[in-house]
Design a protein around this ligand. Structure first.
Ligand code: GSH
Length: 210
């Protein structure tokens, strides 16, 4: 049994989607970051960086923060969505790390400047939108002629997908990136993804491109 501390954001949804895909039993505990619940002292003990997601594995008492580390942990625990060794494992890490260092922080800045603070900092809007388009281009090229970012569907796809699900916030037209669009829609239709997207509560249907 896993305790998942999460909210209705891309980083939170990575973990609920992974848990649903892996079939691991879990309890979701909402941490409303809009109400600063991430700063509560009891949450700080589990997540020293005051951010969601975090888990506690009741099988061994281990607490873990950082979505990339949690995905690797869950993949190793269940032996699902992460190859055990060899090049295929490192390919998954390669694209997982790409997400953690690229689309996560950069698209997060697009949400901040372009969606929530439009017009306040034109240079920042231009800079992060340009980087967003560069990253969508990288992903589009990677997905040319391949179904998923590594070999099989993996924790790397699960890490990237919730960030792409905010394409409307990012003012991105997915029709400009046809391979990303095909990959995004395929994953959006997975029942486990639909369930995990609605954790800890449903706020909207999964956005689908026209
Ligand atoms: N690198 C972290 C980032 C986590 C993160 O930024 N979480 C956001 C929600 S998506 C958060 O908790 N924000 C609260 C805040 O900014 O105070 C991870 O991947 O787990």
């Amino acid at each position: 049994m896993i305790d998942l501390y999460t909210w209705t954001t891309p980083n939170g949804r990575k973990i609920s989607i992974a848990l649903e895909e892996m079939g691991l039993p879990y309890t979701a505990h909402p941490i409303d970051i809009g109400k600063d619940e991430q700063y509560k002292p009891e949450f700080l003990k589990i997540s020293p960086n005051n951010r969601i997601p975090a888990i506690v594995d009741r099988d061994n008492g281990m607490a873990l923060m950082e979505s990339g580390a949690i995905l690797i942990y869950l993949g190793d625990k269940t032996r699902k969505l992460l190859p055990a060794s060899g090049e295929r494992r490192y390919r998954v890490f390669e694209w997982l790390m790409w997400q953690m260092g690229g689309p996560g922080p950069m698209l997060g800045q697009v949400h901040h400047f372009v969606k929530y603070n439009k017009g306040k900092a034109p240079y920042a809007e231009e800079r992060y939108l340009k980087e967003a388009h560069r990253l969508y281009g990288v992903l589009n090229r990677r997905l040319e002629g391949r179904e998923f970012v590594a070999d099989d569907y993996s924790i790397a796809d699960i890490a990237i997908w919730p960030w792409i699900s905010r394409f409307e916030w990012q003012t991105i037209d997915l029709n400009q990136y046809p391979n990303v669009k095909r990959w995004y829609v395929t994953i959006a239709k997975r029942p486990a993804v639909e369930r995990g997207y609605a954790v800890p509560k449903k706020v909207n249907e999964i956005p689908l491109p026209p």
